[in-house]
Design a protein around this ligand. Structure first.
Ligand SMILES: *[C@@H]1O[C@H](CO)[C@@H](O)[C@H](O)[C@H]1NC(C)=O
Length: 260
């Protein structure tokens, strides 16, 4: 792959590999529009948008084309045995597919990987923090659990523990949006993937990368700033069926195709 440099983009800037798992639902296009229009302000990124689906959603493809961002639009359907489980580990097949692609195609050993779900809100300052990660960086995430946030505990510039409303035996009780890892880390740990264990995806991934608590780099001013929130778009009821006899020949029919 050739490294294409957009105008105003510095080649010396470490590349950000942003992995976004997504799946078809009513909220997919609004959520991805918000994320895309945030990422359009961020230089030197490669956006991996990976759908848990059997077919690429053409609406997602059109949205990605309009952004001007360097992106890859791929499929990673959840394996059948996982699909049958009552509580599913959503986004794992997508994220592992992204990691595999980066391992095989990275152009920047100094690059940093970030899992950016489509239902969060991102302050642009977060991306500068991610870019400065050397091995593993962590930062607070807002709007999470009964504590209202999740963050590493930082004393004298070192991570000493975690503040999170759901610790549940996790060594790394952190949210997906609360950390970034270097490309070199995942190259050095070729088996460092995400497990299909609901609730333990982050913890399992960081353990598989052999991360040590002492090497965590606290970002966002020693974790005193919140630059990302787990906003979560409210799930909406399926829309009422449009009557094709009345609207089959007008704009309402066209609109209806876009929201289902
Ligand atoms: C973080 O804390 C350490 C120790 O107090 C300090 O030296 C460092 O400047 C702080 N970093 C930032 C970005 O605030």
């Amino acid at each position: 792959m050739t490294l294409v440099v957009n105008p105003g983009e510095s080649i010396s800037m470490p590349m950000l590999y942003i992995i976004t798992p997504t799946y078809k639902r009513q909220e997919q296009i609004p959520d991805l529009t918000r994320l895309a229009q945030t990422l359009m302000h961020v230089p030197s990124i490669m956006w991996l948008v990976i759908e848990d689906a059997e077919m690429l959603n053409p609406q997602v493809a059109a949205l990605l084309r309009r952004t001007g961002i360097k992106y890859l639009h791929m499929l990673a359907p959840m394996p059948k045995d996982q699909k049958m489980r009552k509580v599913k580990a959503r986004g794992v097949s997508n994220r592992n597919k992204g990691l595999q692609w980066i391992r095989e195609n990275f152009v920047d050993q100094n690059g940093v990987i970030y899992f950016a779900d489509d239902d969060n809100t991102y302050d642009l300052r977060l991306f500068d923090e991610i870019r400065s990660v050397k091995r593993v960086g962590m930062w607070p995430v807002g709007l999470l659990t009964s504590y209202g946030m999740s963050s590493p505990v930082v004393k004298n510039g070192r991570v000493t523990g975690f503040y999170d409303g759901w610790v549940a035996n996790r060594k790394f009780p952190v949210d997906m949006a609360g950390f970034g890892v270097s490309v070199s880390m995942i190259i050095k740990n070729p088996k460092g993937n995400m497990p299909y264990v609901p609730g333990y995806e982050e913890d399992g991934f960081l353990r598989n990368l052999n991360v040590k608590i002492t090497e965590i780099e606290p970002k966002a001013e020693n974790c005193t700033k919140i630059y990302v929130w787990h906003t979560q778009t409210k799930k909406n009821k399926a829309p009422a069926k449009v009557n094709a006899t009345i609207h089959g020949q007008d704009n309402i029919w066209t609109l209806y195709q876009q929201i289902i």
